[in-house]
Design a binder for this molecule. Structure first.
Ligand code: GLA
Length: 384
C-alpha cells in the first residue's frame, strides 16, 4: 500500500467520523496466471495477488450499525447489521455490507463499525477490486471484534458476500487469492479441496516480466453471461453423469460430445482442458520453462475465445498485438467480456510490447489501453 493512500484514507476517516480509526487493513487485487472459469467447477486456478489493492480504515461501534464511506464513490452506507439480508443491497456498499452480513450469519457477533475505504485498483476492470474490498473490510471487522477466523474461511465468507448480497454468482478464486496471496509466488488452488500450492514466480531474475493490458472495456459480470456459463457447466456435468466438470477428463468429454451437443461440448472442453493447463503450468514454472508457460497462456486464450466464448474484440487484439511484438504468451485474465489481458514478456521487450499494443488499438480506432507491470505480492493484512 502506498503511504500516500494510507494517509488519505486515515484523514478522510477522521473527517467523516469525527475520530481516529482503530487501524488500517489492506487487501490486494489479483491477476490470474491461468485457470479461468474453472473455480465454479471445483477445478484448479493459479492466480497471484498484486501490489495494487484496497485499504479500509475502520473502528468498532457499539450500536449495531455499519457506516461506510469510500474515497472513490459518493454513496454512503448506514445500516443496522442485524437487519441486513441477502439480495437487498445495490451499489458499492453491497460489498462491505455483504461482508458484515456474512460474518453475522456465520455467528460472529458484530457490535458495529465505521469503515472508510480507498483503492489503487482500477475499478471493475477484472483485477478483483470487489474481492479486495470485501477482504479488507472482512479482515477489519473480524479483528476489531476479536474473531479468530482462518484466512480460507474469511475468503469463503467474502465469496458469500459477493454471491448472496452483491448478487454476482462468482467462484471463490478472487477472494482466496486476496487472502492467501504470497509475495513472489503464484498460488495454485484446488478449489475442491482448497489445497494451496505456492509456486515461485520471480520472473525478474529470469529476465521476464508480467504485463497487464487494461482494455478499459467494462466487464458486466452481473449481466447474465457469467451466470449463463455457470449454468451450462452444471448442465454439461449433469448430462455426463458427474457432480461437476472436475470429475471428467477431456477424453470423457469427447466421448460424450454427441449427448452434450455443440455448445455444451465446447464449454466442457474448455473447463477440462483448462484444468490440465493449470497443472502443466505449475510444472513448467517449477522447471523454469517459461516458453512452455507462454504456450499454455496462448492455448488458454484460444480456448476461452473459441470454446468458452468469453473474450472480446479488444482482448483478442491485445493478445495478438502483444504476441506479434514478441510476448512469450498472452491471454485474457479474469471473467472476460472486457477487462484485462496478461502478457509474459522478456524484460527488455516490455516497452516495445506496450507501444505495439497502443498502436494496434489506435489503428483500430479504439481507446488506448493502459499497460503496466505486475509482480506477485502478499495477501490481506493489517497495516501499521
Ligand atoms: C471472476 C470470478 C471468479 C472466476 C473468474 C473466471 O473473476 O469472480 O470467481 O470465476 O471470473 O475465472
Amino acid at each position: 500500500m502506498t503511504a500516500e493512500l494510507a494517509a488519505r484514507v486515515r484523514s478522510a476517516f477522521a473527517a467523516r467520523s469525527g475520530y481516529e480509526p482503530a487501524g488500517l487493513w489492506w487487501a490486494p487485487g489479483r491477476v490470474n496466471l491461468i485457470g479461468e472459469h474453472t473455480d465454479y467447477n471445483d477445478g484448479y486456478v493459479f492466480p497471484f495477488a498484486i501490489e495494487l489493492g484496497t485499504v479500509a480504515a475502520a473502528a468498532r461501534r457499539d450500536d449495531g450499525r455499519l457506516r461506510c464511506w469510500s474515497l472513490e464513490e459518493d454513496a454512503v452506507g448506514d445500516v443496522s447489521i442485524a437487519e441486513l439480508e441477502p439480495g437487498r443491497v445495490d451499489g458499492w456498499t453491497a460489498y462491505p455490507q455483504g461482508m458484515a452480513w456474512a460474518l453475522h450469519d456465520a455467528g460472529i457477533g458484530l457490535t458495529g463499525a465505521d469503515v472508510l475505504v480507498g483503492t489503487t485498483l482500477p475499478l471493475g476492470s477484472g483485477l478483483s477490486s470487489s474481492a479486495a474490498l470485501e477482504c479488507a473490510v472482512g479482515l477489519a471487522l473480524a479483528e476489531l471484534h476479536g474473531a479468530r477466523i482462518e484466512r480460507r474461511d474469511l475468503a469463503l465468507l467474502a465469496q458469500r458476500a459477493e454471491t448472496e448480497v452483491a448478487g454476482v454468482p462468482s467462484g471463490a478464486m478472487d477472494q482466496l487469492a486476496a487472502m492467501l496471496g504470497r509475495e513472489g509466488h503464484a498460488i495454485c488452488i484446488d478449489t475442491r479441496t482448497l489445497h494451496v500450492d505456492a509456486v515461485p514466480l520471480e520472473l525478474g531474475d529470469a529476465g521476464f516480466a508480467l504485463v497487464v493490458i487494461d482494455t478499459h472495456v467494462p466487464r458486466r459480470l452481473a449481466d447474465g453471461a457469467y451466470g449463463e456459463r455457470r449454468a451450462q457447466c452444471g448442465e454439461a456435468a449433469r448430462i455426463l453423469g458427474v457432480p461437476t466438470l472436475r470429475d471428467v477428463s477431456p477424453e470423457e468429454v469427447e466421448a460424450g460430445s454427441e449427448d452434450l451437443g455443440d455448445v455444451l461440448h465446447r464449454r466442457a472442453r474448455h473447463v477440462t482442458t483448462e484444468n490440465e493447463r493449470v497443472l502443466d503450468a505449475v510444472e513448467a514454472l517449477r522447471a523454469r520453462d517459461l516458453p512452455r508457460v507462454g504456450e499454455l497462456l496462448h492455448a488458454s486464450h484460444a480456448s476461452l475465445r473459441d470454446d468458452y466464448e468469453v473474450s472480446a474484440v479488444e482482448l483478442d487484439l491485445a493478445v495478438t498485438a502483444a504476441t506479434d511484438a514478441g510476448a512469450l504468451g498472452a491471454r485474457m485474465t479474469g471473467a472476460g467480456f472486457g477487462g484485462c489481458a496478461l502478457a509474459l514478456v522478456a524484460a527488455d521487450r516490455v516497452a516495445a510490447v506496450g507501444a505495439a499494443v497502443a498502436d494496434a488499438f489506435t489503428g483500430a480506432g479504439l481507446a488506448e489501453p493502459s499497460t503496466f507491470e505486475v509482480a506477485p505480492a502478499g495477501g490481506a493484512r493489517r497495516h501499521d
